[in-house]
Write a protein that binds this ligand. Structure first.
Ligand SMILES: [Zn+2]
Ligand SMILES: [Zn+2]
Length: 217
């Protein structure tokens, strides 16, 4: 499940209480039964939980996800949550993070500006409303390259690596500053709440073999 920045993301982690009236149980680490890939969890303003393929484009391809726990899929395709490499080797645990996505409802431009400039009128005020909350989950699979940077607690090295792996349209021009800021906020929280140790992902153990245990957790 790649944790990629969203274009409408506020960049501000919010607490689970922001889920409001959500009562539906959330699947931990959901994967799609059909394509064996990670699925991300989104909760809209009414508390309705939806699942979406966690790919770079954010679309669902040719099918809607059929989310099931990863342990129910014989051979899941586990991508690095950081750089999206297809061969996650380790799994880290940290506090669950939620991020709020806001939707623009009103853009206010000045009348004179609009008359003279039309579409190029400067926006004087932008109103947004809560659109959806995304749950990132507690488990973060990582490839060898990202895991090395996590072990070294190299926050900026990790951000650089992930930015380099992102599609160019997400990091072009002014997007780059915002993306870096969002990754910094998300990964700082990951580093701050990282549980000790890490699990080794091997076939048959998608949740990792953790030190001192013989089974998945
Ligand atoms: Zn699928
Ligand atoms: Zn990676």
């Amino acid at each position: 499940m790649p944790h990629l920045p969203q274009t409408d993301r506020s960049g501000k982690p919010i607490g689970p209480d922001a889920l409001g009236s959500t009562t539906a149980p959330l699947l931990e680490s959901p994967y799609c039964r059909r394509c064996r890939r990670g699925v991300s969890i989104r909760i809209n303003g009414l508390g309705v939980v939806t699942y979406q393929h966690a790919n770079k484009r954010g679309d669902n391809g040719d099918h809607d996800p059929e989310p099931v726990p990863v342990t129910e899929i014989p051979d899941p395709i586990i991508e690095c949550d950081f750089c999206s490499a297809p061969d996650a080797a380790w799994i880290y645990r940290c506090a669950n993070q939620f991020s709020e996505h806001r939707r623009v409802t009103t853009r206010v431009v000045s009348v004179s500006d609009y008359r003279s400039r039309h579409a190029a009128a400067r926006v004087r005020r932008t109103d947004t409303e809560h659109a959806v909350t995304q749950a990132w989950g507690e488990r973060w699979p990582a490839c060898h390259g990202c895991a090395d940077l996590i072990e070294a607690r190299d926050l900026y090295g990790l951000i650089r690596r992930v930015v380099d792996a992102l599609p160019a349209k997400l990091t072009r021009g002014k997007h780059l500053v915002r993306v870096r800021g969002e990754l910094h906020a998300t990964y700082s929280e990951v580093f701050d709440t990282l549980a000790p140790g890490r699990g080794r992902i091997i076939p048959g153990h998608p949740l990792g073999i953790w030190p001192g245990t013989e089974t998945t957790s």
